[in-house]
Design a protein around this ligand. Structure first.
Ligand code: ZN
Length: 166
């Protein structure tokens, strides 16, 4: 699946970081086995996974990550701020996407919903609460910087802000 990169001009797009998506937090699990008709992740043995061994008689059920993407309902946000961003946007986006690929290979439900490009910052929305910090760790490893992590809603929503000045 392709990650959408949006060009958002300043001031035209209301930030949706604080959007609440409580219906995803019920912890409801589908009946085993199920397959997501959209991304082909398989729910088997109690968790969503990538597998080529498709179980027989799997029911079709949209996985939580595809639902969050469809509904534009993030569980996590990562904001990249600071004067460093403006000059390094393309390489930062590359790193962000590579981290998503690594994470998604292991955890099918951990994905980027979209990357918003602003003149002086990048805003990344994710389907899960782990990916923003994983990306921030990778950014620090590559460029050094500072980040802070804030969990909300009893741990169901995370906001990470990574900052670096030139
Ligand atoms: Zn899916």
């Amino acid at each position: 699946m392709k990650t959408a990169v949006m060009n958002v001009s300043k001031g035209t797009h209301r930030q949706t970081y604080e959007k609440r998506c409580d219906s995803y937090n019920t912890g409801r699990k589908p009946r085993d086995p199920a397959i997501c008709p959209n991304c082909h992740a398989v729910f088997m043995n109690g968790h969503w996974q990538w597998t080529t061994l498709l179980p027989k008689r799997a029911r079709q059920e949209i996985c939580p990550a595809c639902r969050r993407i469809k509904d534009n309902c993030p569980a996590g946000t990562l904001l990249l701020k600071g004067s460093f961003i403006r000059a390094h946007k393309a390489e930062l986006i590359n790193l962000v996407k590579n981290q998503e690929l690594c994470e998604k290979a292991e955890h099918p439900l951990n994905r980027i919903i979209r990357i918003e490009e602003h003149p002086d910052r990048l805003a990344i929305q994710t389907t899960d609460i782990h990916l923003p910090k994983r990306i921030a760790d990778a950014l620090n490893h590559a460029y050094k910087g500072d980040f802070r992590v804030r969990y909300e809603e009893g741990g169901y929503f995370v906001q990470v802000i990574w900052k670096k000045e030139e």
